[in-house]
Design a protein around this ligand. Structure first.
Ligand code: GUN
Length: 280
């Protein structure tokens, strides 16, 4: 039997509907500033999408496109300016950054109150020690949690396996599932008997970025599979899950059209949240 498809589009639309109502009641217009360094084609596309979505919602958005050879100090100076500007509510630095720039230094420079990516160590620490919703939370795992809630998928008490330990997805995903009372394992490239572990998962989140690596024999029959991997192969977008996973899983997020739309929706939600908190 084919897995139930957990589509992100309708869930993202529900988030946007809530945000439109909220924005209509606000006595100010929130603003989002997206910083991009260099011309990585995927980053160019993502940044364009984020700015466009913000404009559609009536959030002011500005893209700061810096040349590939930008020095770290110049980027930090831009962040200082945005941090100091009271009209700026949200700041996002698109990753990855060019080789000469130290990502940690940049992420630590963003005012935590404007850190709509949730990557500043203060927000990371708040997520792990106080739980989601206290600081600003990373958008992709927050989108996964919202998607699961929308489709009524229980998390508490379930065995969850997250494959991937990145700061953007794997680690914050584990924190959020833990706060939702799942029993969480985090697997990675050095995990022994990965298939043995993933087959235990009732909820399997894959954030690897290698198309088709998640084979059907790695999935417990009936499991909920969340595919966060998005790889561009030619002109196609492919997830981590081999197509045959849909024959084994009970539910599956498609690629494209699964988690992807949720990430942008949660970025908009974070921007509105940051603006409301900052402006009282
Ligand atoms: N690159 C890949 N994913 C992300 C993300 O969620 N935020 C930023 N800033 N860069 C990314």
């Amino acid at each position: 039997m084919a897995a139930r498809l957990l589509r992100g589009g309708p869930v993202a639309e529900a988030v946007y509907a809530e945000l439109r109502e909220e924005l209509a009641r606000l006595p100010f217009v929130p603003s989002l500033h997206v910083v991009r360094v260099g011309e990585d084609p995927a980053s160019v596309a993502y940044v364009r999408l984020k700015a466009k979505k913000a404009r559609e919602l009536g959030i002011r958005s500005q893209v700061h496109a810096l040349p590939e050879d930008t020095q770290e100090d110049a980027l930090l100076a831009l962040l200082d300016r945005l941090n100091a500007d009271p009209e700026v509510d949200g700041i996002l630095v698109q990753l990855p950054l060019p080789g000469g720039i130290r990502t940690e230094r940049v992420l630590e420079r963003v005012d935590p109150a404007k850190d709509v990516d949730g990557f500043h160590p203060l927000n990371v620490g708040r997520l792990w020690t106080q739980g989601p919703g206290v600081g600003l939370d990373p958008c992709t795992p927050a989108g996964v949690m919202r998607l699961l809630a929308h489709y009524g998928i229980p998390v508490a008490g379930r065995r969850a396996v997250v494959v991937g330990r990145s700061n953007i997805v794997g680690k914050p995903m584990a924190a959020m599932l833990l706060y939702a009372d799942a029993t969480v394992s985090v697997a990675h490239s050095r995990t022994r008997d990965l298939a043995g572990l993933t087959r235990e998962a009732e909820l399997l989140v894959s954030a690897v970025g290698r198309p088709g690596y998640l084979r059907p024999e790695m999935v417990r029959p009936g499991a909920v599979v969340v595919d966060v991997g998005i790889s561009r192969v030619g002109d196609r977008l492919l997830g981590d899950a081999d197509p045959a996973v849909a024959e084994v899983a009970g539910a599956l997020t498609p690629v494209p059209g699964g988690v992807g739309p949720m990430t942008v929706a949660m970025l908009m939600a974070n921007t509105v949240r940051a603006a409301r908190r900052r402006r009282g």
